[in-house]
Ligand binder design. Structure first.
Ligand code: CAA
Length: 241
C-alpha cells in the first residue's frame, strides 16, 4: 500500500528533492508551498504531485492543507516539516519582525502542521515525522540568532515528540543539513559564502538529493527502530566550524 507523504516547502530547494525522492519510493506525495505559484505549478507538472498552498506559520492554513491532502490522497503517513526561511542580521540590529517571522515559520510550524496529523498516525499505529533542522541550530552562526534558535528548537521538539509516540509506531527524527546548494544558500553574500565553503572539509556545498536520500531512509519501513535522533549531513563542517 502506497504511503501518503506531505512535504512542507516542497516545491523548491531541499523540499523539492525530498518530494521527488519519496515519489520515486512509491509514495503518494503532496508538496506544500506558501507564495511562489510558478514554482508550485512547475513542481506539479514536472513531478506529477499534488501541490497545496498555505502558510505553515498559521494553524488554520495547516489544517486546511492537511485536510485537502487527506481528502485527495488519503490519511497522511509521512510528514516532512521542511519549510523554512532566513531573515539574517546581527542581533544588535535585528528587528522584532526578523525574529518573530523566523520563529513562526521555522518553529511554530512544527506545532501547526504536526498537530494536524499526529492523532491519525497514533490511531493507525504507523507514522513518520521528519523535521529539517540545520547545522546552524547545532553550532550557531553569526547573523542567525533567530534561525539558530528555531533550528535548535526543532531538535528539542523532535526528541520530546519521539518519546511520546515511540510505543505507537510513530517515529520522529531530525535531519540537520549543512550548506546545501539552494536559493536560500545562494542568497548569502558571495564573499561570506566563499569563506563558508572554504571551511567545509569535503570542499563543496551539499546537494538536495543527498538530504533526500536520508529522509527516504527515515520515512521507510526499515527505520522503525530509529527515533528521536538527529542525522547531521554537513560534509564535516560541524567538526571544524
Ligand atoms: N565575529 C563577530 N562579529 C562579527 C564577525 C565575526 N567573525 N563578522 C562580522 N561580525 C559583525 C561585525 O562586528 C558587524 O557588527 P557592527 O557593524 O555593529 O560592528 C556585523 O557583524 C555586521 O558586519 P557586516 O557589516 O560585515 O555585515 P552585514 O550586517 O551586512 O551582514 C551578516 C552580516 C548578516 C552576518 C552577513 O554576513 C551574512 O548574511 N552572513 C551569512 C549568514 C549565514 O551563513 N546565513 C546562512 C543562510 S543559509 C541557511 O541558513 C541554510 C542553512 O541551514 C545552513
Amino acid at each position: 500500500m502506497a504511503r501518503v507523504a506531505l512535504v512542507t516547502g516542497g516545491t523548491r530547494g531541499i523540499g523539492r528533492a525530498i518530494v521527488e525522492r519519496l515519489k520515486a519510493d512509491g509514495c503518494k506525495v503532496a508538496a506544500g508551498y506558501s507564495g511562489n505559484d510558478a514554482a508550485a505549478a512547475a513542481c506539479a507538472k514536472e513531478l506529477g504531485v499534488m501541490v497545496v498552498k498555505g502558510n505553515v506559520g498559521s494553524f488554520a492554513d495547516c489544517k486546511t492543507a492537511a485536510d485537502a491532502v487527506a481528502a485527495e490522497l488519503g490519511p497522511i503517513d509521512i510528514l516532512v516539516n521542511n519549510a523554512g526561511i532566513t531573515r539574517d542580521g546581527v542581533f544588535h540590529r535585528m528587528s522584532p519582525e526578523q525574529w518573530s517571522e523566523v520563529i513562526r515559520v521555522n518553529m511554530d510550524s512544527l506545532f501547526n502542521m504536526t498537530r494536524q496529523v499526529i492523532e491519525g498516525m497514533r490511531e493507525r499505529e504507523w507514522g513518520r515525522v521528519i523535521n529539517i533542522s540545520s547545522i546552524n541550530g547545532q553550532k550557531g552562526q553569526i547573523g542567525q540568532t533567530n534561525y539558530s534558535a528555531a533550528k535548535a528548537g526543532v531538535i528539542g521538539f523532535t526528541k520530546a515528540l519521539a518519546l511520546e509516540n515511540a510505543k505507537k509506531g510513530v517515529t520522529v527524527n531530525c535531519v540537520a543539513p549543512g550548506y546545501i546548494d539552494t536559493e536560500m544558500v545562494q542568497a548569502v553574500p558571495a564573499k561570506v559564502l566563499e569563506g563558508i565553503i572554504g571551511q567545509i572539509p569535503v570542499g563543496r556545498l551539499g546537494r538536495g538529493d543527498e538530504i533526500a536520500d536520508t529522509v527516504s531512509f527515515l520515512a521507510g519501513e526499515r527505520a522503525a527502530y530509529v527515533t528521536g535522533t538527529t542525522l547531521s549531513l554537513n560534509g564535516g563542517q560541524y567538526l571544524v566550524g
